[in-house]
Design a binder for this molecule. Structure first.
Ligand code: SAM
Length: 276
């Protein structure tokens, strides 16, 4: 299989990917902002808008790393709840202000039973995620689990939504990860993947290549003292299947109604499918 442009055995790839994320974990968030000029935040927000979770949603975020998708999910549910609260304030005249405030004071209440599990193979990435959760005051509705996307430590038919953001290209056997996603989703559950994809505009493609190959490894060296890891990240992006091919792989895993949306001229794409 591939590891960037290096050909390695399948057994070797997992270990090398582990080393990359172990090495970048501490600088992962700051590097993400710098390399994408902050745009990764918009792509991740968009993933949440596409998901549009309902109260009570059980989400599994695989390759969840430092928790970006999980925190967005919790914020989304809480914001949804606050909007509902305001509507109720207007309509439920029979409740006093104190009663309404009391009812929604409890954070657990405000998540309406929604829950997210962040699953990642790398304990260093999870460690950073946990620290962020503590620092930002997330106490409930969130769990961190060490696990492999290819062999998820969860029962069948457990989650409403499965997300994987910028994770699946790092997995050695993408087909196995997709089958696992299908297994752990409830019937009717949704698979959502945010990943780098194929740039469609030739001009954007040339600029993007220049930026990726000339600038990103240099930034990696200057900021994180780690040229090789960032070169791997760039090269792994180029190796990942284009939109249509990946759509077919998702269908092969048993998902239905598979669609995709290219963002920023195809630099990334969101693929969606349902277990029906
Ligand atoms: N989803 C996060 C985000 O969007 O910021 C993190 C993405 S980071 C580029 C890729 C993550 O995939 C790393 O945290 C890495 O440890 C994880 N990963 C790689 N191979 C994995 C596997 N087989 N199973 C689970 N996680 C894996």
């Amino acid at each position: 299989t591939h590891f960037g442009f290096e050909t390695v055995s399948e057994e070797e790839k997992g270990g090398k990917v582990y080393q990359v994320f172990e090495s970048v974990a501490k600088k992962y968030d700051v590097m993400n902002d710098m390399m994408s000029l902050g745009i990764h935040r918009v792509w991740k927000d968009l993933l949440l808008w596409r998901m549009h979770p309902f109260p009570g949603t059980q989400l599994l975020d695989v390759a969840g790393g430092t928790g970006d998708i999980a925190f967005r999910f919790l914020n989304y549910i809480q914001a949804q709840h606050r909007r509902k609260q305001k509507r109720q304030l207007r309509t439920q005249q029979n409740l006093s202000w104190e009663e309404i405030a009391q009812k929604y004071q409890n954070e657990e209440d405000s998540l309406n039973g929604s829950h997210v599990v962040v699953c990642d193979i790398n304990k260093e990435m999870l460690k950073i995620g946990r620290k962020k959760a503590c620092a930002q005051g997330y106490k409930t509705g969130l769990a961190w689990v060490l696990g492999d996307a290819e062999e998820l430590p969860f029962d069948d038919d457990k989650f409403d939504v499965y997300t994987i953001a910028f994770g699946i290209r790092n997995v050695t056997h993408i087909d196995r990860a997709l089958q696992e996603a299908h297994r752990v989703l409830k019937p009717g559950g949704r698979f959502l993947c945010l990943e780098f994809s194929q740039v469609t505009n030739p001009l954007v493609s040339r600029l993007y290549d220049l930026y990726s190959f000339q600038v990103i490894p240099v930034m990696g060296e200057v900021i994180a003292k780690d040229w090789k890891s960032y070169q791997y990240l760039v090269e792994s992006i180029r190796q990942f299947p284009a939109q249509e091919e990946f759509k077919e792989m998702i269908e092969d895993a048993g998902f239905q109604k598979v669609t995709y949306e290219s963002l920023t001229s195809g630099i990334v794409a969101i693929h969606s499918g349902f277990k029906l």
